[in-house]
Ligand binder design. Structure first.
Ligand SMILES: *Cc1c(COP(=O)(O)O)cnc(C)c1O
Length: 362
């Protein structure tokens, strides 16, 4: 990456066995949704997460949709969702004609404020959708206690947090179902892809059937229910397996880059970084910065061919979910949060250049 090139906010690094495995799949003719790479990727991913079962699918949104369906959530049900997340988290609740009920996030995790969940629980509440935003684990202990008390299911949206841990347990393995995305900008990618992980055999079987048009696993072309075609292809899984082989290296590089950003901006009083909750191990899907001068930073970096992105918009500020409810913490983060270049391809020089520019803004 030379100085004259754009520094992207995210970019995949396909330097391992991707080409070899994809070539192999092509040579064998297994390019559709059957083949050894699907099984291998699923098995290795389950191992990585420390769960019994994993069910691949075609993106992170469909992973969440499969989870919501498998848990039997539907018309008239309510699902608790953090006010600050990517829109897919809330959309899948609507896909099944249930209602997402938003709860503000907290400063300590940027995730759903467990202390504010209880007041939103009604007789219709069926589940809590937890999001480990930007790789920061949610406060699972309090959330699981509430789920137990009110007999609610817990779905973990781990799209941004593969490899993160809460009390030495990998995210995704803590609630009833964990959902992952392998979109091109995620920590590991298959281009488009997703995965549902669980320790519950019944839920696993249900999701596996639903993603395959509801077809009976023992009787071909016999459909007990209406399902979807949400299958991952062997080509995607071939890339995914190769990416997974490098995940520890990727996570380590991201951690080093985060430290570098923090070090070079430590004397800058107008910026702060993401929280690192006790008992949790964060991963750095995105390097995050808070600054009242957010828009100035974005503009200056953009003028220097450095891509950034603002934080997500608060869900109820957008047309599909518009309400007048106030979520002060989510609103503040959304207003001042910025994602800095976060690709594993970043060089130390890139980070130095970026931080030097940020430090010129007074
Ligand atoms: C990326 C993402 C998703 C959706 O994943 P896709 O693979 O893009 O469908 C869902 N939730 C969160 C929090 C995400 O960041």
């Amino acid at each position: 990456m030379s100085d004259s090139e754009t520094i992207p906010v995210a970019a995949p690094l396909l330097k391992g066995n991707e080409l070899k495995y994809v070539t192999d799949a092509i040579k064998e003719g297994w390019i559709s949704s059957k083949g050894q790479y699907i099984t291998r990727f699923e098995e290795e991913f389950a191992k990585f997460c420390g769960v019994k079962y994993s069910c691949s699918c075609n993106n992170g949104t469909t992973a969440l949709h499969l989870a919501v369906c498998a848990l039997g959530i539907g018309l008239g049900d309510e699902v608790i969702v953090p006010a600050l997340t990517y829109i897919a988290t809330a959309n899948v609740v609507r896909y099944v004609e249930a209602t997402p009920v938003f709860v503000d996030v907290d400063e300590d995790t940027w995730n759903i404020n467990a202390k504010k969940i209880e007041e939103k629980i009604t007789s219709h509440t069926k589940a809590i959708m937890v999001v480990h935003i930007y790789g920061i684990p949610s406060n699972m202990e309090e959330i699981l206690a509430l789920a137990k008390k009110y007999n609610l299911k817990v779905i973990e949206d781990c799209a941004e947090a593969v490899g993160a841990e809460y009390k030495n347990q990998k995210v995704g393995s803590i609630g009833d179902i964990g959902c992952f995305s392998f979109f091109g900008n995620k920590v590991i990618t298959t281009g488009e892809g997703g995965m549902c992980v669980t320790n519950d055999l019944k839920l696993h079987e249900k999701m596996s059937i639903l993603k395959n048009q509801g077809m009976s696993p023992t009787r071909r072309y016999w459909h007990e229910e209406i399902g979807f075609n949400y299958r991952m292809t062997n080509l995607q899984a071939a890339i995914g397996l190769a990416q997974l082989e490098m995940i520890d290296e990727f996570l380590k590089k991201r951690e080093q880059d985060e430290e570098e950003y923090r070090k070079l901006l430590e004397n800058n009083a107008s910026v702060s970084f993401s929280p690192r909750p006790l008992n949790a191990k964060c991963i750095y899907w995105m390097h995050c910065l808070l600054s009242e001068k957010r828009d100035e930073i974005i503009k200056l970096l953009d003028e220097n061919k450095i891509e950034t992105r603002p934080f997500f918009n608060v869900l109820n500020s957008m047309p599909p979910y518009k309400t007048s409810e106030k979520f002060p913490i989510a609103e503040k983060l959304s207003r001042i949060g910025i994602n800095l270049p976060s690709s594993v391809k970043l060089s130390k020089e890139n980070i130095k250049f970026i931080c030097a520019l940020i430090n010129t803004i007074k």
